[in-house]
Design a protein around this ligand. Sequence first.
Ligand code: HEM
Length: 152
Amino acid sequence: MTKAIEIALFLHLLGVAVWIGGMVFANFCLRPALGDLSPQLRLPLWESVFARFFNWVGVSVIVILLSGGFLLSQYGGAHASWPLHTMAGFGIVMMLIFGHIRFAVFPRIRRAVQAQKWPDGANAVATVRRLVIVNLVLGVVTIGVAVMSRGF
Ligand code: HEM
């Protein structure tokens, strides 16, 4: 393995760890812990948590895309094994879902919090949660497929 491939794989896995780890923490630790708070407290808190977390995910997505693209080019590009293409495909779907969360759903949370429309905010947070679960499942499957690619 050349140094460039090692560095790219390191950055790729760091990006994956931040993104998947953050989703696990938000969904399985933070969300249940905030369940008893009133919407007036809970929704501004989610807005502020998401504003920070989505910046981290945005950087991770760029790092995963650049390092993954580089790795793919080193592993044969269009002729790379099918698990690598599957990883890239799932990765891109995950990124599109994140884009939808960040640029379509998150602004709805912001607007609802500013206007103190708590039911609207709660609906938007529930939508984020559903999409995050989809991305978590896709992420875990993608990691499995990525590891499988070693046998091809
Ligand atoms: C555009 C998106 C992506 C591309 C083009 C891409 C491409 C690649 C390539 C070419 C490798 C090197 C494979 C090897 O070392 O045998 C790799 C490794 C890996 N990728 Fe991705 N990837 C993408 C997204 C993702 C995502 C979203 C995840 C996880 C959620 C992921 C998880 C992994 C893992 C765990 C490895 C290490 C596999 C191993 O070395 O056994 N990748 N990726």
